[in-house]
Design a protein around this ligand. Sequence first.
Ligand code: URA
Length: 431
Amino acid sequence: MRPAELIEQKRNGGTHDPATLMELILAYARDEVPDYQMAAWCMAVYFNGLDATERDALTDAMVASGETLDLGAALGRKVVDKHSTGGVGDKTSIAVGPIVAACGVPFGKMSGRGLGHTGGTLDKLESIPGLRVELTTGELVTQVREVGMAIVGQTANLVPADMKLYALRDVTATVDIIPLIASSIMSKKLAAGAQAIVLDVKVGDGAFMKTIDQARQLAADMIEIGEHAGREVTCLLTDMDQPLGRAVGNALEIHEARETVRGDGPADFTELVLDACARLLAYSDLGIDVDEGRRRAETVVADGSALQRYEQWIRAQGGDPDPDALERAPVRTTVTAPGDGVVTRVGAHDVAIAALELGAGRRTKDDPVDHAVGVLCFAKRGDTVLAGDDLAEIHARDDAAAERAAASVLAAYEIGPEPPPERGILLDVMP
Ligand code: URA
């Protein structure tokens, strides 16, 4: 295998032999192929794509590059998992986990940190004082057995090829390539051992996939990779033109996830969480369908057992589940409506950039994250507002940062005379 030949082959629109492609990826993971050659290969893939056989070989190589985990065998249960392609205000797993666990289905999830607008699930969880995300595989299994759930950091030896390749893509403008995203996401799910996976593919201004057609293509690729690996996969295609729920920022999102687990969350976020739970429960070994899954998810939220499970889980990982223990930003400013009308747009990307500038996200992978800061978007698309009504609230470290963020968030809002076309959170379900 000569990397330069593979780069040339892909640059010229050719197709790789699967075994040779696997060799390239495994050699890269072993540091035997330099970053500059992989970067050139990724750019060739950006222009000429990968076919299904190449994409599946890439995924197999990613999985084979490190250890795998068989959580199902360790627990003696069928294991289900969920994953989101990433969006603004996306704290779904933090609310889904306790609900699914309270319904009697084990939920052991490996998550990542965010690079970009706001923190990832791990950053959000670390805004809970004392909470530990670096559990060993043994600790993960024990906790899922005893508490029913855990969300932990991905260990460095699980899919190391993806860790390296993703970091390279991130700085070479080669993240947004559908087969590479599909392979990257699915390799991590397959290596973590889930037998059935619910994928939340975000669509819109604040997501990788800007259009529903791109999202459908990504979903189709991930479903095919799942089939190739003998796993069940469902993709929810969900709206990311506006932030999910109200909260964008780490501690603020933890607070909102907890509110949702106890039945007091924002409508769009609650709908997404309950729908994902229903499908995970239907995939589980409980032997129920999606409608019954939905009923059970609603029941554990209403009777308080999901909240109880949330508190047990946070304590098991060393955290304090009391929402008053979350750090609060010292400065709060409201953003008010400049006139009467209906909210027609709350630009997810603009709100995310405001949150990033407040310090809620990181620009490079070693940047610290400020857990306390962020934005609460009270008014969402379709809401009627009067001049002077609160649209949003900025949580900032100082007045200057608050003022800058307030101006950006105000620019994210569009208010018009007519309501926008009605659109729920769930745009499509595949297959
Ligand atoms: N998330 C991933 O895990 N990988 C990608 O390539 C893109 C988003």
